[in-house]
Each structure stands twice: as structure tokens, then as C-alpha cells.
Design a protein around this ligand. Structure first.
Ligand SMILES: C[S@@+](CC[C@H](N)C(=O)[O-])C[C@H]1O[C@@H](n2cnc3c(N)ncnc32)[C@H](O)[C@@H]1O
Length: 250
């Protein structure tokens, strides 16, 4: 972690050096252009509030090496959680691993209840639509994640295979759900469980919609005949805003 931090602060010093004077913005534009040739766009977090939020998100990501989630994606989760403050209901995540995205959710949730579901023994067996994964990948003990999130109130953990572990929250309503389960069966099971329990205005964000065929297929199949559009985001996520009432309210 030390060399990474050093490289980051050196780059920052160069980019903001007064010695570059008017060449600073030109250099930035040249770097952006070079990146765009590789279909990589630079997002601006220039405004002070956005700058401090993305900085905080980066700090959380730096807690663990080799993150599967980018700062942009974590920022999207944070924004979605904040924007559901006025929606009735709890928050949930399926696919917790070491607790990175859960920590982003915790910092934005206020005092609302957050339910965290994972086997805490890694991915379950993969299916026909999933390739490149192994059962047991992303194993992390419940105790270590509980310790990592110990400063946040109103967080419940459910260890085991979801949806079997959903029983205790069956009668709850939800304002925000984050899915990060990589696989077709797990994604479909989570959609079947949470969609009818989400209140109008609730937001569902999923990682891996762009890059993993199983996740994309589950979303596209599940929402094919539903009112809600599935919005593909600029990173590897998709987002859905619930527009229809919760099943229990019909
Ligand atoms: C890529 S990791 C999640 C990464 C995490 N969101 C983060 O920020 O680091 C995927 C996780 O999904 C969990 N998972 C996948 N399918 C599951 C299921 N049906 N029930 C419980 N956990 C599941 C795995 O155990 C694994 O921890």
C-alpha cells in the first residue's frame, strides 16, 4: 500500500504544481484524450462536495488491496443510498465479501437498518451461464467483516446461502438493495426476493451487469415484462428504480 500512496501523492504534486502554470490544464486534456482513445473517460469530481465524497470512497477502497469495485462505482452506491433517505424501508446487500461496499452503504445510510447477506464462505457452485468463477472464491469470515463494520449501528448479518437466509426479513419493506453476487442463480434469487418487497421509489443497484453474462441475463429476464427499465450505468453496474407498489400493499 505504501508505494501506491507515494505514487498517488507524487502524481498529485506534479498535476497541481504551480510550475506547470497554464500547461497544467493542457496536460490534463492531453491525458484525457489519450485515455479516450482507449474508450476510457475521466469523470470530474471537481465540485468541493463531490471531491470530498470521492476522496472518502477512495479511502474505503484503500482498506483492501485488489478491489473488484472502482471508485466511480462506489460513488454511485453512495449517491443511490443517500437519495433513498426519503423512501420508507430498510437497506440490504447480498454479496458482502470483506465489507467494502457495505461500508460505503453504512456511511450513507444514517440510522436506517442494513441487512447483510453472504455465505461468508465464498461463491456457491456456478451454473450454466457463469464462467470464470470458482465455488469458494471471495471467502471471508463473518467475524472479520463484523469487526470491520463494528462502528456502525443497526447492521444485521445473515450467514449462509441466499435466499434461504432471507426468512427473518420476509415481512420487511426495502428502500435500497445492493447486489454483488456475480452469478445468474444468486442474482435471480435476490431479484425474486427483493423486488416485491421494495417500496415505490426504492433503488436497486447491481454490480457486474456489464461484464458478467449471468448477471445481465438474470436482470434482462426478470425485468422483461415489468414496468421498470434497467439502466446500464457507465461502469459495471445497473440501476433500477421501483415504480410499482410493494406486493404487501396491493
Ligand atoms: C464479488 S464478492 C462481493 C464483493 C463485495 N460487495 C465488496 O464490496 O467487496 C461476491 C460475494 O457474493 C457472495 N454470494 C454469491 N452468491 C451468494 C448467495 N446465493 N448467497 C450468499 N452469498 C452469495 C459470495 O460469497 C461473495 O462474497
Amino acid at each position: 500500500m505504501w508505494p501506491q500512496r507515494t505514487a498517488k501523492s507524487s502524481l498529485k504534486r506534479i498535476a497541481t504544481s504551480p510550475r506547470l502554470g497554464p500547461f497544467g490544464p493542457a496536460l490534463l486534456r492531453a491525458v484525457q484524450y489519450a485515455l479516450s482513445l482507449h474508450h476510457r473517460e475521466v469523470v470530474s469530481y471537481d465540485q468541493p462536495e463531490r471531491a470530498s465524497a470521492i476522496e472518502r470512497v477512495r479511502e474505503i477502497l484503500a482498506d483492501w488491496p485488489a478491489q473488484v469495485m472502482s471508485a466511480d462505482e462506489a460513488y454511485m452506491i453512495r449517491g443511490a443510498v443517500l437519495s433513498t433517505a426519503k423512501v420508507e424501508g430498510d437497506l440490504a446487500e447480498v454479496g458482502v465479501f470483506r465489507g467494502t461496499s457495505a461500508k460505503v452503504i453504512c456511511e450513507a445510510k444514517g440510522d436506517r437498518a442494513l441487512h447483510l447477506f453472504d455465505t461468508f464462505e465464498g461463491l456457491p457452485p456456478t451454473g450454466h451461464f457463469d464462467s470464470g468463477f470458482q465455488a469458494g472464491q471471495y471467502a471471508c469470515s463473518l467475524e472479520s467483516v463484523r469487526d470491520y463494520l463494528k462502528d456502525f449501528a443497526n447492521v444485521q448479518f445473515y450467514k449462509g446461502y441466499f435466499p434461504m437466509t432471507g426468512e427473518p426479513v420476509k415481512s420487511r419493506g426495502f428502500a435500497f438493495v445492493h447486489l454483488d453476487v456475480d452469478l445468474f442463480e444468486s442474482t435471480m434469487a435476490a431479484l425474486e426476493f427483493f423486488y416485491p418487497r421494495m417500496n415505490p421509489g426504492a433503488i436497486l443497484v447491481s454490480h457486474d451487469y456489464v461484464e458478467f453474462a449471468g448477471v445481465r441475463r438474470a436482470f434482462d429476464e426478470f425485468f422483461e415484462h415489468k414496468s421498470e427499465p434497467v439502466i446500464e450505468l457507465s461502469g459495471n453496474q445497473c440501476l433500477v428504480v421501483k415504480v410499482t407498489p410493494r406486493l404487501a400493499d396491493l
